[in-house]
Structures are given as structure tokens and as C-alpha cells.
Design a protein around this ligand. Structure first.
Ligand code: CP
Length: 312
């Protein structure tokens, strides 16, 4: 049984294998997961992650039970512990996709679960491994290479789990360069920067977006998340600081791409959508096939594709 908790579980070879499966599933529907049930437990809001996992399961012939808005609608609101909820859902489903507000919640769920847990986001400074997998798939597929990539990650680097997860994946490749672009208050945390240093991935930090994206192959824009920056004054100060306008997009080098986990709330102007650099909606389609590949591998696979997560 495989739990997917963090991106450190993947090797470069495993990523290649997973992405090959994803590509092979494009436009396909089948019955390989017939008889299997996915439970989506979402204690935080989601559009893409929950619906794409559910769509992926249905496209593979499986079935879905779902709990949205779990903070209010589940028995957590009556005081049930996460561990008890997981032990209960174990009787209903063959796999659980879970999003929760607490860092470490996915690992806690995995510790008591008899069915695989997929972390669909744990806390603002935790991880969102499946988002990072689809981000990496998008990058490699659009750029048509795995190595020699300069990525500029822009905006909310502190309270955003997806770029944290992506950084661990990028360190598997050669000649990767990272430019972190943010205000001093929203800089990337030290644990990720330490990992990049230990893996010889050069990175720089700057507040200047225009200079920072000039040579980038990938511009990874992020949202200033109101739900994670609890202080209204701080939120107002940060929002609107880094906006990709059409003029900014036009200043990017030929062949460079703009990606975003979405939702966006103004940090990429709609006028950018028609730019040849914009791939953030295409990225959604890639997300579906990467999640189909994950479900097929975890539930239907004969062999383990990724390592067990390290218990902390
Ligand atoms: N990117 C992402 O996780 O989107 P949702 O919050 O809509 O799932």
C-alpha cells in the first residue's frame, strides 16, 4: 500500500514512469479501476483538486464518495478526531484523497489508515504533492525537456504549499536554476532553501519581478492567499504587488511559459490568457491525466512506483 504525502517520495525514474502513464491516458476512458471506490475528504475548499481526482476515478471506471466543506459538514464539527474519521472511512473506500488545514495532517491520516492516503494539500506551509506533479508535467511537456530549466516563482512563497512541493521535485534534475521573486515578508522558507543548497540547485531571491522573469523559461505565478494571511492589513499590503499584465507577459523570452496552480484572483490579467506564454488552463488538462496516472498506479499497479514517506 502506498500513501502519497510529500514529493520527496519520488525519484527521477519514478517521475518519468508516472508521466509516461499520464501521457498514455490522455483522452482515454476505461474500466481498469472498476469496483474501486475513492473517498474525497476535503476539510478546505477546492475546485480543481477534488473534481479532477473524482473525474479521474470515474474515467478509470471507479466510483466516488465525496465530502466537501468537511470542517462544517463532517463529524469533525462534533469533535471527532481526524484519526477516528479515517478509521471509519477505511470501511467505505479503497483510497482517500484528503485536504486539511493542518500541516502534517496527511501523515497523521496515513499513520492510522489501511487504505492509501493521497495528500491533496495539508496546511498553508505543508505540501500539495499532486499539484507539484502536474506542475512538473506541464513544464516538461511544454518545454520538451527535463533538464536545463530556469524557473521564476513569483508572489506568495511563504504561505503556499505547491511551490514548496515543486522545489523538492526540481532538485532531481540537472542544470535547474530557481529565482524566487517576492516581498521580504513572503520569502520562501529556509527548509526548502536548505534542500536546494544540499542538492546543488542554484537559487536567487529578489523583489524585482521584471528583471527576475527576463531570462526565465517558466514563470510560476502564485496567489496571495487571503485565507492563509490572517492579518487583513498584511493581506492588503501584499495583494497587487506582483501582477502579470499583458505587457509583462510580452517581455518574456520566446518559448517561455506562465503556469499557476489557480485559482487566480487578479495576479494574472485576463488579457494574458491569449498570450502564447499562457499555459495555466492547459495545465488543468494535464492535471487530470497526472491524477489518473496516480490512481491507476496506486490502486491498479503491480509495483510500487514511489518510496514510503519518512515518518517525522
Ligand atoms: N490548485 C488547487 O489546488 O486548486 P483547488 O484549491 O481549486 O483544488
Amino acid at each position: 500500500m502506498q500513501h502519497l504525502i510529500e514529493t520527496q517520495q519520488f525519484t527521477r525514474e519514478a517521475l518519468k514512469e508516472l508521466f509516461n502513464v499520464a501521457t498514455s491516458l490522455e483522452g482515454k476512458r476505461g474500466q481498469s479501476l472498476k469496483g474501486k471506490i475513492l473517498a474525497s475528504l476535503f476539510y478546505e475548499p477546492s475546485t480543481r483538486t477534488r473534481l479532477s481526482f473524482e473525474s479521474a476515478m470515474l474515467r478509470l471506471g471507479g466510483e466516488v464518495i465525496t465530502m466537501e466543506n468537511g470542517k462544517e459538514s463532517s463529524s469533525q464539527s462534533k469533535g471527532e478526531t481526524l484519526e477516528d474519521s479515517i478509521k471509519v472511512v477505511n470501511h467505505y473506500a479503497d483510497l482517500i484523497v484528503m485536504r486539511h488545514a493542518e500541516v502534517g495532517s496527511a501523515a497523521r491520516a496515513a499513520a492510522v489508515s489501511n487504505v492509501p492516503i493521497i495528500n491533496a494539500g495539508d496546511g498553508n506551509m505543508g505540501q500539495h504533492p499532486t499539484q507539484a506533479l502536474l506542475d512538473l508535467y506541464t513544464i516538461q511537456r511544454e518545454l520538451k525537456r527535463e533538464d536545463n530549466i530556469h524557473i521564476a516563482i513569483v508572489g506568495n512563497l511563504k504561505y503556499y504549499r505547491s511551490p514548496r512541493s515543486l522545489a523538492y521535485l526540481l532538485s532531481k534534475y540537472k542544470d535547474i536554476k530557481v529565482t524566487f521573486i517576492s516581498s521580504p515578508e513572503l520569502r520562501m522558507e529556509e527548509d526548502v532553501k536548505t534542500h536546494l543548497k544540499e542538492n546543488n540547485v542554484p537559487f536567487t531571491e529578489t523583489e524585482d519581478m521584471i528583471t527576475g522573469i527576463r531570462d526565465a523559461d517558466v514563470v510560476y505565478q502564485t496567489r496571495i492567499a487571503k485565507e492563509w494571511i490572517k492579518n487583513d492589513e498584511e493581506y492588503e499590503k501584499q495583494r497587487g504587488r506582483y501582477i502579470i499584465t499583458r505587457a509583462v507577459a510580452d517581455s518574456m523570452k520566446k518559448g517561455a511559459i506562465i503556469i499557476h496552480p489557480l485559482p487566480r484572483v487578479g495576479e494574472i490579467e485576463e488579457a494574458v490568457d491569449a498570450s502564447p506564454h499562457a499555459v495555466y488552463f492547459k495545465q488543468i488538462g494535464y492535471g487530470l491525466i497526472v491524477r489518473m496516472a496516480l490512481l491507476k498506479t496506486i490502486l491498479g499497479g503491480e509495483k510500487k512506483l514511489f518510496r514510503a514517506h519518512k515518518k517525522k
